[in-house]
Design a protein around this ligand. Structure first.
Ligand code: 13P
Length: 321
């Protein structure tokens, strides 16, 4: 338990964040296609080498989530390696195209193997879509929460810190109030499942969505409203014993994700809250970097500069006055 706590605390080191670089090949397909880059194992490895080889990355990044395809690619000294252990999604029968996360069957074997290879933590991603009053349904929330509880308990048995992700998807036209209501329901179910499964909460890291209006909502709340809704929702539903909260970016632009994180830090200085707060971003660290790279060796250093800049501004977001 001491070791789990030590890892979890390190992952949310103040002034640093977590890099999500575990996009599955099918998710990189459209991004690579737009750049005219072939999407194969070699190009994906080259791209990840660009990220991990960035000089100075360890100043701003405490941990990196890797994809199994590139797990052998060593992240830098001082950056803890973690691994995605879910096997994607399937449709949950009896719902309107809602999903459950797959991978529990092989999880013990995977954990044993990745732990031997040096992994320190794991990720498992449940996703919840807001569609009017239809979804997320009670059954999708409770089934996914149950799976997260099993996943977390198994990972901890192998000395791996489970990231507790709860991804209320940004696609939709919902209001921030709806997002707050749904996020609270999801978080409450997940943390009650962790309790049932006797998960050691000081040895996990939370990775929720920020509380936002949907991507196609008519009006967008300002950053201070986002910060207030986000922290109020988390204070209502995430136990104080969890050491840290590392937000996912969820399809926000790079600028939005940074501005919102700064606003959350600003608000957190006024509200009493028990956790370290930081980022666990994928797209919001990599978008400009990818655009700059375009698959060309001569662009690698320029792309690294862009990537490091995004890591830095998010890592320093806690200094927002
Ligand atoms: P985004 O920040 O791109 O949402 O990715 C984070 C992540 O790991 C989602 O599971």
């Amino acid at each position: 338990m001491d070791e789990l706590k030590k890892i979890a605390d390190y992952m949310v080191t103040p002034g640093k964040g977590i890099l999500a670089s575990d996009e599955p090949p099918e998710l990189l397909e459209s991004k690579f296609q737009q750049l005219g880059v072939a999407n194969n194992e070699e190009t994906r490895r080259t791209y990840r080498e660009l990220l991990y080889g960035t000089h100075g990355l360890e100043q701003y990044v405490a941990a990196a989530i890797l994809h199994r395809e590139t797990f052998e690619q060593k992240a830098k000294k001082g950056i803890l390696p973690g691994i995605t252990v879910d096997q994607g999604f399937d449709i949950l029968p009896g719902t309107t195209q809602e999903t459950i996360t797959l991978g529990l069957d092989s999880l013990s074997t995977q954990c044993a193997s990745y732990q031997r290879k040096g992994a320190k933590f794991t990720k498992w991603r449940p996703a919840f879509r807001i569609v009017d009053d239809i979804s997320p349904s009670a059954i999708a929330i409770s089934t996914n929460a149950e799976l997260v509880g099993c996943y977390a308990a198994i990972c901890q048995q192998y000395g791996l810190v489970p990231i507790i992700e709860s991804d209320v998807l940004l696609e939709g036209s919902y209001t921030i109030e709806t997002c707050a209501k749904v996020s609270k329901m999801v978080l409450e179910e997940i943390y009650s499942s962790l309790k049932r499964h006797q998960v050691y909460l000081q040895g996990v890291v939370a990775k929720p969505n920020m509380v936002l209006a949907g991507l196609s909502a008519k009006s967008k709340p300002d950053p201070s409203t986002v910060a207030k809704y986000t922290l109020d929702t988390l204070l209502d539903s995430v136990p104080a014993s969890v050491p840290g909260i590392a937000f996912l970016s969820g399809g926000q632009t790079e600028q939005e994700a940074t501005t919102h994180l700064e606003a959350i830090h600003r608000q957190a200085k006024m509200t009493k809250q028990p956790w370290q707060l930081t980022f666990c971003y994928g797209r919001a660290l990599q978008a400009t970097c990818l655009q700059t790279w375009k698959g060309k060796a001569e662009n690698v250093e320029k792309a690294r500069e862009q990537f490091l800049y995004r890591c830095k501004v998010n890592a320093l977001a806690y200094k927002a006055a």
